[in-house]
Design a protein around this ligand. Structure first.
Ligand code: TYD
Length: 235
């Protein structure tokens, strides 16, 4: 696909999700985080289906995106050595900036629940594990990216997740997916102490993990409804 085609996918993604039917309530941003193979993508999709069935206006999106920077990032999956850690960080931040401006902020502004499969905590953990400063990465992101209402952090053992990737997806783990690196990534995720980060044990069966996630989300929605809406903190 050409760069132009990818850039045009941002608004069409919004269309596909029925973005024009807008909710009156304030927006809500939920991020799924965790190491590769922890089950984020499966759980984010299940939560999306659950909220949609309840009649909520909900958008499921992901990072890296399918936009031009996301495409460049995916090329790195097979040959990460081609860029320096700093250049890699810049690519993730540029991708996120576009994601935030073109999808996340407009959807939040119109009162939608936005679920993102990875967000800036991934950059703190993955690029931090390459030796870059975690507080600096955070600061650069929070200059433009709204702080989420909730982060679901799925915890899984790095050794097992690499096996999951090999067996379940029948894929060879990419350059981001080796055990020692993922251990360092997980350690950074576990060091994050924000009150809106909710840790969930990803070792349990899929349905049990999802039940816990839904319980957490329902509490968030109840609290927000009682308060009268909006809380995604501004950037
Ligand atoms: P992943 O969620 O596995 O995407 P997909 O399932 O679409 O292939 O993310 C791809 C990789 O990118 C993953 O190993 C984590 C890494 N990553 C970072 O290093 N920094 C970031 O900021 C993000 C969003 C992802």
């Amino acid at each position: 696909m050409s760069k132009e085609t990818n850039a045009k996918e941002f608004p069409s993604l919004i269309q596909r999700n029925g973005f024009s039917k807008m909710s009156a309530a304030g927006g809500c941003l939920i991020a799924f985080e965790g190491i590769d193979g922890a089950g984020k993508t499966t759980q984010a999709k299940l939560l999306y289906d659950y909220l949609k069935d309840q009649g909520q206006n909900v958008l499921l999106t992901r990072e890296p995106t399918d936009g031009p920077y996301g495409q460049k990032i995916r090329e790195l999956f097979v040959s990460r050595q081609k860029v320096t850690p700093q250049e890699e960080l810049d690519l993730f931040i540029n991708d996120r900036r576009q994601h935030v401006e073109e999808i996340i902020k407009p959807a939040l502004h119109e009162g939608w629940i936005v679920i993102t499969d990875r967000y800036y905590f991934s950059t703190m953990a993955y690029q931090g594990a390459m030796g870059l400063s975690v507080p600096d990465i955070r600061q650069r992101n929070e200059e433009f990216a709204p702080v989420p209402d909730l982060v679901i952090l799925l915890i899984a053992r790095p050794g097992e997740t690499v096996e999951r990737i090999k067996n379940n997806r029948r894929e060879k783990p990419n350059n981001f997916e080796n055990k020692d690196y993922l251990r360092r990534v997980q350690d950074i995720f576990l060091s994050l102490k924000d009150s809106f980060i909710y840790r969930i044990d990803g070792h349990d069966v899929i349905d049990a993990v999802q039940a816990e996630i839904q319980k957490t989300i329902n509490q968030l929605i109840t609290v927000r409804t009682a308060k009268g809406g909006s809380s995604a903190r501004s950037a």
